[in-house]
Ligand binder design. Structure first.
Ligand code: 15L
Length: 261
């Protein structure tokens, strides 16, 4: 598992014990202050370092690729961690015969759809920044590696995954930690996934995403953001043209540009 020191990595680490006898967890050294728990091996790795990623992947049966930059940042940072990073992950998977990857993609692949539109994974991608572009590239990398080498991937376009839904946008796109864990289980163990793209979202009222093309994963969301609606609707309503209310990607659609200093 790459990105083990990130927000979702920290949530998933203990939960991975149900899915593997040994989980090799990785992140930049500075992000990996936790020591290994019972079922883990800990191996620091910079995703921009091809040889280090190759060594990380050697001996693994599957890869859960959560790593990289997780927000909008200057292109050069995204290039190193996300674009080169996902190339290195798939290159290592090919070299070491890994047959299954779960790729943490993002809703920001389609962030420029409006919040009054319902889309599915066959709709045109509309990345809302360099971060979303890098996730779109990662999905293409996954498709290439299935078509050319038979390496299977489930790309999960994760919505807003925190312990609670915290704003109006999250009412539509929240993903609970338990639903994330179940989706990860389905992504790891469902046979014959080819390259499947799915939105990672709980069973929210007013969801923007139709997941029908991923029915073969057998994923059934159990949670819903409804439990947070009353508290969230007590918050002030953003203006109609505010990106947090207008676009599915919310504030990511206006992050940057990052001019050189
Ligand atoms: C993401 O892809 C980010 O990694 C995460 O930090 C959230 O901001 C999430 O999207 C979101 O759209 O809320």
């Amino acid at each position: 598992m790459t990105g083990a020191g990130g927000g979702l990595g920290r949530v998933l680490r203990p939960r991975m014990a149900a899915f593997a006898d040994i989980v090799r967890v990785s992140d930049l050294a500075a992000a990996l202050e936790d020591s290994a728990i019972a079922h883990e091996e800990v191996q620091a790795c910079n995703l921009a370092d091809r040889a280090a990623v190759d060594a990380l992947v050697a001996g693994c049966d599957a890869i859960v690729h959560l790593g990289g930059v997780s927000v909008e940042r200057p292109f050069e940072e995204i290039l190193e961690a996300n674009i080169k990073g996902v190339f290195h992950v798939y290159e290592a998977a090919r070299r070491h015969g890994v047959k299954r990857v779960v790729f943490a993609s993002s809703n920001h692949v389609t962030g420029f759809y409006r919040q009054d539109e319902v889309i599915d994974v066959h709709d045109l991608r509309r990345p809302d920044g360099y971060y979303g572009l890098s996730k779109s590239y990662g999905e293409d990398m996954a498709q290439l590696h299935f078509d050319r080498y038979g390496i299977e991937t489930v790309s999960i376009r994760i919505g807003n995954s925190f312990s609670q839904a915290r704003d109006r946008r999250a009412l539509a796109c929240w993903l609970s930690y338990d639903d994330l864990t179940e989706l990860l289980r389905c992504a790891l163990f469902t046979p014959d996934v080819g390259h499947t793209v799915v939105y990672g979202v709980s069973d929210n009222v007013g969801s923007w995403w139709n997941n029908r093309y991923a029915a073969h994963l057998g994923f059934v969301a159990r949670d819903s953001a409804e439990q947070f609606r009353a508290a969230i609707e007590a918050q002030p309503m953003p203006a109609q043209d505010d990106p947090v209310r207008k676009f599915q990607g919310g504030l990511f659609t206006v992050a940057g540009p990052f001019d050189p200093q």
